[in-house]
Design a binder for this molecule. Sequence first.
Ligand code: HEC
Length: 192
Amino acid sequence: MVTAAGCWRAFSKSNKSQLNCCSTSGARQCCPPLVGAAFSAHDMHVTLILPIALAISLSACSDQVEDTRPGQPVKMRQTAFKEMLRVFEPMGTMLRDGKYNAGKFEALATDLISKRNGPWGHFAPDTNYPPTKARPEVWTNKAQFDQAQGAFFGSTDALLTAARAKDLKRVTDAYSTVYDHCQSCHREFKKK
Ligand code: HEC
């Protein structure tokens, strides 16, 4: 069944579920329907709920295109981003569910600092090819990309400082600032 231009529904035997598939520039991508992942602008104050949507759209999708280049730079950076998400997401869950544990949160914030360096070295100039989700602006507007990365680093420093102070209000604010930096860079530099 055709759902939108270039998109169709498929049934995944391995997941035993309906998938939405779309074909973009020759690459086929299938994702489960994003149930509950649509948020309108006026929901923005519920910032802490959003990472779930990020997690769903990222971990459950299956790319059909393999990174066949030596060293697999695209796959390397995507894996590094996913590792960041794996540390970042539980922090959001903790805050959202009202289960803030200062010790655990600080450990996760420390872990995020250790993971945050992962992706950037894999964005060499000639690595804009499928299955990348990066937009060409990563390379054509490199100064701004580097700036977005720097701002993200600053926000994760602030998150660790807040986590060490074990102050829930500060932690919550700092977490949502980091989240905003993930999102704003994705808006500019990552395909949907
Ligand atoms: C400075 C820019 C920037 C920042 C900051 C940033 N990202 Fe990304 N992210 C990207 C780009 C560009 C890609 C696409 C990489 C590719 O496919 O080649 C991406 C991809 C991803 C992916 C997808 C990996 C995949 O295989 O689909 C995840 C997950 C992700 N980012 C999570 C995060 C999280 C979580 C944060 C914040 C804690 C974050 N990112 C911060 C630029 C950024």
